[in-house]
Design a protein around this ligand. Structure first.
Ligand code: ADP
Length: 367
């Protein structure tokens, strides 16, 4: 700030202002504080003058403050710093302190005028959010670790159950009555089912642990890969798949995981198709907004009642028995995990003519 005379600007306005204000001379020592400052710290002007005010600065913030102040002072530059200062009530409050260098019309440096705002409430909220995020990250990591360890370690005893029941069945094959044969059938089917569930759980825990880099990726390539893996079912069910987006469309993604995402969604559209009606599946993209694009997989299948639209994304949650539709209830949980790893969201809504529309957002590459 340049003032017209060799004198300091008039501080009368700042004296009456409801913000904390101070002034320091060219020697760096403070020679004025307004009454809001004195009321805030509960100290006298005499106590604050010179370097007296630094006695109230929190010891943990003092070093950083001093560094910013001295560095800005050396360059005669404006500065802004946040620190805790002891309040009249005896507890520390957070303030943001902005210093403006003052020069007279001959560009002669006179010192600084500073003004400060109390930001205690904002800092406390930020600290709470930090703690919350940290706890959330830790519990997520623990959950993933648990899912991985549990699924990995459970497969071994399961293999033993399967091997010994197969051996047992072989040993007593000639002596089995119809009931016993049925019981062995239950054991085999349950073991197979458990193995499928464990495998899917392992895949779920691998989304974070084994993800590749998120890079600019052609969406159509991920879709093609998924369609190749589903080609047999598509042909068998006489399904029609329509890709209604620009083949040049790129998103920021892990190509392998995007293919898995499409494979799960298109696979479900094929599985949960309406009886007697060949599946009609349409893939669309909306215009990108705020760096994210919304993609959709629409089907003409059996649809999903609105009250289950959240539940189906949870682990092992299914709306049908295995006798009606086979599955483990992990596919959509994997989809959600993949989308969230990319910073997006996934949700389902009813399609206008029956069926469902799964929508999800993905980041687009910067221009
Ligand atoms: P799974 O298919 O192995 O059961 P998912 O997690 O993929 O597991 O799906 C969870 C449940 O959501 C399914 O059991 C099914 O009831 C329902 N669902 C998923 N996709 C569709 C769809 N396209 N149409 C109707 N219901 C669906």
């Amino acid at each position: 700030m340049i003032v017209n005379s060799s004198d300091w600007p008039d501080l009368q306005l700042l004296e009456a202002a409801p913000i904390l204000a101070w002034r320091s001379g060219a020697d760096g020592l403070c020679d004025w504080f307004n009454s809001s400052w004195l009321a805030y710290t509960g100290r006298t002007l005499a106590q604050e003058l010179g370097n007296g005010w630094t006695e109230g600065v929190h010891p943990e913030d003092f070093g950083c403050c001093l560094q910013i102040y001295l560095e800005a002072f050396g360059r005669r530059a404006p500065f802004e710093m946040e620190y805790r200062i002891l309040r009249a009530c005896g507890t520390y409050g957070w303030i943001v302190d902005c210093g403006v260098p003052i020069f007279n019309k001959d560009h002669h440096f006179l010192g600084y005028v500073g003004y400060c705002f109390d930001i205690t409430a904002r800092r406390e909220n930020e600290e709470k959010i930090d703690i919350f995020c940290h706890d959330l990250e830790r519990s997520n990591a623990e959950l993933e670790q648990f899912a991985y360890a549990a699924s990995h370690d459970l497969r071994e005893p399961l293999r033993m159950v399967v091997s010994y029941s197969t051996l047992l069945k072989k040993n007593i094959a000639g002596h089995l009555d119809e009931d016993s044969k049925e019981f062995f059938g239950y054991i085999e089917r349950s073991a197979k089912r458990m193995d499928e569930m464990i495998r899917d759980l392992l895949d779920y825990s691998r989304v974070e642990r084994h993800g590749n880099n998120i890079i600019s990726t052609k969406l159509v390539e991920a879709v093609d890969y998924a369609l190749q893996n589903l080609s047999h079912r598509i042909k068998e069910q006489n399904a029609e798949i329509k890709i209604d987006f620009d083949p040049a469309l790129k998103v920021m993604g892990d190509a392998h995981q995007l293919a898995r995402l499409f494979q799960n969604l298109i696979g479900n559209a094929l599985k949960y198709c309406a009886a007697e009606t060949p599946p009609r599946i349409r893939l669309t993209a909306e215009a990108a907004k705020d760096g994210m694009i919304t993609l959709a997989v629409e089907d003409n299948g059996i649809g999903i009642p609105a009250e289950f639209s959240e539940r189906i994304f949870q682990l092992f949650q299914r709306l049908h028995t295995r006798e009606v539709y086979d599955g483990t209830g992990v596919g959509l949980s994997i989809c959600r995990k993949i989308v969230e790893r990319h910073g997006g969201k996934i949700w389902v809504s009813p399609a206008p003519g029956g069926g469902s529309i799964f929508r999800f957002t993905l980041p687009v590459p910067p221009d």
